[in-house]
Design a protein around this ligand. Structure first.
Ligand code: T5A
Length: 207
């Protein structure tokens, strides 16, 4: 049986990295064979694209350039990591995927959604996540959680940008059954407990 594809989404500082660790612990407990990866990234070239994407440049980087960069990285990631693992029955847990492109480049940068949909079909063909955890956090809380760290190009955007990103995620979450929305403004133990409960149900249904 093909492995299951689980993604985590949310604005900066919403707790994806933190919750990913608990998610992986739960899969280990249940003896599910899995790999953990991230986007943009997950392969040598895709990680180099990530670096270029998040670096600060003197020239203007358009939203469409960002779309093309993340889909180039995604093609490498799908071909060399995600598909082969899923095909051999290994589950794939990924920190961000195409929902991020719709939220960041589509909603926040204003790139035509049709372009993103076409690339999604072209690059992914019939591959979509089976389960997506969306860690929902208001931008002001996101700001305070990442305050003090050196910010990359995306993290340096303003609150209005992250408000749009959040709205983009909420819009997509409402349209897709695979989404599990978690209120990430709660204490971490509550978020983790909720995530664990949903994940255990999913593992039971898919084993
Ligand atoms: N991107 C990506 C695009 O624009 N388009 C795309 O298609 C894709 C795939 C990637 C960047 O690329 C962009 C989006 C991003 O800008 P990234 O590393 O995935 O960057 O994303 P970040 O969101 O920058 O990662 P962060 O590390 O900032 O955020 P996390 O992982 O969501 O948050 P985490 O777990 O590191 O937590 C942040 C802090 O909050 C605390 C943690 O302890 C930590 O200190 N915390 C909590 N505190 C209180 N209560 C809770 N419930 C907490 N949960 C975590």
């Amino acid at each position: 049986m093909r492995g299951r594809f689980i993604t985590l989404e949310g604005v900066e500082g919403s707790g994806k990295t933190t919750n990913l660790e608990y998610l992986c612990e739960t899969l280990k407990e249940k003896n599910v064979s899995f790999i953990k990866t991230r986007e943009p990234g997950g392969t040598e070239l895709a990680e180099a694209i990530r670096e270029a994407m998040l670096a600060k440049w003197q020239e203007e980087i358009t939203g469409l350039t960002e779309v093309l960069l993340v889909f180039a990285a995604r093609e490498q990631h799908l071909k060399n990591v995600i598909r082969p693992n899923l095909e051999r029955g290994t589950w794939v847990v990924c920190d961000r995927f195409t929902d991020a492109t719709f939220a960041y480049q589509g909603e926040a940068r204003g790139v035509d959604t049709e372009i993103i949909e076409r690339l999604e079909q072209w690059v992914q063909v019939d591959l979509y996540p089976d389960l997506t955890f969306f860690l929902d956090l208001p931008p002001e809380e996101s700001e305070s959680r990442i305050a003090g760290r050196e910010k990359d190009r995306m993290e340096s955007e303003n609150r209005d940008f992250f408000q749009k990103v959040r709205s983009g995620y909420i819009r997509r979450a409402k349209g897709h059954k695979r989404y599990c929305i978690l209120d990430a403004s709660r204490p971490l133990e509550e978020v983790v407990s909720d995530l664990r409960h949903q994940l255990l149900n999913f593992v039971q249904e898919n084993s």
